[in-house]
Design a protein around this ligand. Structure first.
Ligand code: ADP
Length: 167
């Protein structure tokens, strides 16, 4: 059985991430989405919320599992007995970073392959951080995120704006 992991922050999972997960799930017997527990980023959703949103958004994919992890991606890959690490590549922005990371991971774990899938045209310019910015400002993001994420974002933004009104 060939297992792959798809690691990331997923704050929150977008249709760009989902597209990569869906396509990768067809290439491997099992795809384990690894939600990174402590990314050096300003998070909108905590780890449990991010895991729940990824789980709900991928529930239709039978060979996809969701786990959290801390520390090195290759340690998580080893623990999951994964042969490959899946990453998504958007035009311009991702190549340098992903290339650097892939070389380092290859050095640390020569038996684990990094498999990069090109982002589909519709999601080339979609990032979770831009999405959150647009959502916070009331922009239309309906076709950019899975339904559970849309609901969670709406709730989060309503909650935030009602607490701001108190001041
Ligand atoms: P990280 O914090 O590691 O950058 P992200 O959650 O932002 O993690 O992304 C996880 C993976 O998904 C990365 O390989 C990233 O390049 C990829 N990704 C993010 N957004 C998209 C998108 N719109 N299309 C394709 N891949 C994407």
């Amino acid at each position: 059985m060939t297992i792959a992991i798809y690691p990331g922050s997923f704050d929150p999972i977008t249709n760009g991430h989902l597209d990569i997960a869906t396509r990768a799930s067809k290439l491997f017997d099992k795809l384990i989405i690894g939600v990174y527990d402590t990314p050096a980023k300003n998070l909108m959703f905590n780890t449990q919320e991010r895991v729940e949103l990824v789980t709900q958004s991928t529930s239709h994919l039978p060979n996809v599992e969701v786990r959290t992890f801390i520390g090195l991606t290759i340690d998580f890959a080893r623990k999951m007995e994964a042969r490959a690490i899946v990453r998504g590549l958007r035009a311009m922005t991702d190549f340098e970073n992903e290339f650097q990371m892939a070389i380092m991971n290859k050095k640390l774990a020569p038996d684990c392959e990094v498999v990069c899938l090109m982002s589909s045209l519709n999601f080339q310019f979609l990032s979770a951080s831009l999405l959150k910015e647009v959502a916070n400002l009331g922009g239309d993001i309906d076709d950019l995120v899975p339904k559970p994420v849309l609901e969670a974002l709406r709730k989060r933004i309503i909650l935030r704006s009602s607490s701001l009104k108190k001041f």
